[in-house]
Design a protein around this ligand. Structure first.
Ligand SMILES: *Cc1c(COP(=O)(O)O)cnc(C)c1O
Length: 388
């Protein structure tokens, strides 16, 4: 994303990545050695290093975070009508991966403080569906850590084991984040990452599935690569995808990972700095700096307009745009997606906190290349155009 995307000079982009480490050197290596496909050595190295970061046994690099979810969901072998519980407030990729396998997403509303799915509502849903209604179609919980604070994993894992459900952890916004001292991306049967340029670690486009299970890892590797067979290459027992990551993407990833500690520290520092400057703003609800189980990693710096502000997030973003400040809307909840409504999904379902976040929330410039001076300009603009 360049400043040009937002209408020219003087514009503060909502996200700009930092690529001034060994990225150029490793990319040049790919070109000079001729290793540009997924067969090159950076791919295995990047997989190993992501596995080390998360304490997983296996990493399977793929072409983006959405593909990682598609592969992870494929291993669940859902039957038509099988259900996967997930937050209403998330990216389309989560629900799409379930729907494409013939499954049905079962949505849970958000917590108004952490913006992650509400664990009391999750428990009530499972208790009601499985405990009371004997619903045997629910097969898995998809955990999605939203914007900076991880989901409180202990209660989720307890529920999953109580009801015999698989857990998939979408850690696309959580590179380098920890929950009670354990790496995000280490939980559940499978976890997934994205390396899109607005994530903490980028490969341009890219993703990864991680697991501790040898058989699951084998299955993911096969699914990523069209389910080619070792002996008779072009004879296929299963339908796979071509979701391979190139050596050039992985080269970027290896260079980026060398700086993960620095990136995480900078993101947290940016979060603290914005919070110090915006805490006194009467019209904004901010993310907590920490909970009792984790410190916010500020994947993005999100704000939600308080009730007293007489306009919605869209209008605030328009006003900030006129001041030269790039913004992005929050996710739009799954139950309000026209594409799913047309399929007859989520009819008459309401998730008021997710709806509130979508309408009142947006995020401000928070990429790794953002300077303190730019943050000051952003805050000044917020004070000018958002008031009660
Ligand atoms: C970015 C993101 C994805 C999708 O990743 P892509 O690489 O853009 O396909 C999935 N889940 C979450 C939570 C994300 O933030």
């Amino acid at each position: 994303m360049t400043a040009a995307d937002f209408g020219g000079l003087g514009v503060i982009p909502v996200n700009e990545p930092l690529l001034d480490g060994n990225e150029k050197k490793y990319l040049t290596e790919c070109i000079e050695t001729g290793w540009i496909s997924s067969e090159g050595p950076f791919v295995a190295r990047f997989e190993k290093e992501m596995a080390a970061l998360t304490g997983r046994r296996h990493g399977i690099a793929v072409c983006n975070g959405t593909a990682a979810l598609e592969v992870a969901l494929s291993t669940l072998d859902l039957k038509p009508g099988d259900e996967v519980v997930m937050p209403a407030f998330t990216i389309l990729s989560c629900a799409a991966a379930v729907v494409r396998r013939g499954g049905v997403p079962v949505l849970v509303d958000s917590d108004p403080v952490t913006w992650n799915f509400d664990l009391e509502k999750l428990e009530a849903k499972l208790k009601n569906e499985i405990g009371c209604n004997n619903n045997r179609r629910i097969k898995a919980i998809m955990v999605v850590h939203i914007y900076g604070l991880p989901v409180d994993m202990d209660p989720v894992l307890e529920l999953a084991s109580r009801y015999g459900l698989k857990v998939i952890e979408d850690a696309a916004q959580m590179h380098g984040q920890q929950y009670k001292g354990r790496a995000c991306g280490s939980f559940g049967d499978l976890s997934t990452f994205s390396f899109y340029p607005n994530k903490h670690i980028t490969t341009g486009e890219g993703g990864m599935v991680l697991t501790d299970d040898d058989a699951l890892a084998e299955r993911c590797r096969s699914l990523r690569n069209l389910c080619f067979q070792a002996k008779k290459r072009f004879v296929h027992e299963d339908l796979g995808f071509n979701y391979r990551m190139t050596n050039m993407q992985a080269a970027l990833g290896v260079a980026q990972l060398e700086r993960i500690d620095e990136f995480v520290a900078r993101k947290r520092q940016m979060g603290r700095r914005y919070t110090e400057m915006l805490a006194g703003h009467e019209g904004l609800t901010l993310m907590p700096l920490r909970t009792d189980y984790a410190e916010n990693i500020y994947w993005v710096y999100g704000v939600v307009l308080k009730d007293g502000i007489p306009f919605d997030g869209e209008e605030a973003m328009r006003r900030l745009g006129k001041e030269g400040v790039g913004t992005r809307p929050f996710f739009w909840p799954m139950h309000e997606q026209p594409v799913f409504r047309k399929m007859g999904l989520f009819k008459d379902e309401r998730f008021p906190i997710a709806e509130w976040l979508a309408r009142r929330g947006f995020y401000i410039p928070s990429g790794l290349a953002l300077t303190d001076e730019q943050m000051d300009v952003v805050v000044e603009a917020m004070e000018k155009v958002i008031s009660i």
